[in-house]
Design a protein around this ligand. Structure first.
Ligand code: 5GP
Length: 111
């Protein structure tokens, strides 16, 4: 069964898109935890970072650079958090790799 993010990638579900190229899509989180809360998602179906391989090295690097560009675009480059939840006990709910870009307020401690 397709994940929600796969449906967004396949244009079967709408999203508030802020970036897209052939490999990556980024859109606003539906339940934002900060004034800026963007999800950066590779189009390749990788369940989470544990499932990534050395083949994904370049893609993972590109995601970090897209995050940095989006942080600038949304005016949070001086303070933002980029994180991925890996596995259910870490809070992962959508099993298609994604990175949360959070900022626009003072962020609390992790964990
Ligand atoms: P996770 O908990 O897996 O790290 O993050 C999943 C994120 O996806 C959550 O922050 C949740 O609010 C967001 N989300 C779930 N469904 C949708 C949706 O249909 N659209 C958007 N834009 N975000 C979603």
């Amino acid at each position: 069964m397709k994940t929600i993010f796969q449906k967004i990638i396949d244009n079967e579900l709408p999203c508030d898109k802020v970036f897209e190229n052939d490999r990556i899509i980024a859109f606003k989180d539906i339940a934002p935890q900060a004034p800026v809360h963007i999800l950066i998602v590779p189009k390749k179906a990788i369940a989470n970072i544990s499932q990534a391989t050395s083949e994904d090295k370049e893609l993972l690097g590109e995601i970090l650079l897209v995050a940095s560009d989006l942080a600038k675009k949304f005016g949070i480059e001086s303070g933002f958090r980029l994180l991925t939840n890996n596995g259910e006990t870490a809070g992962q709910t959508v099993f298609h790799l994604h990175f949360h870009l959070l900022g626009g307020k003072r962020l609390g401690p992790l964990g």
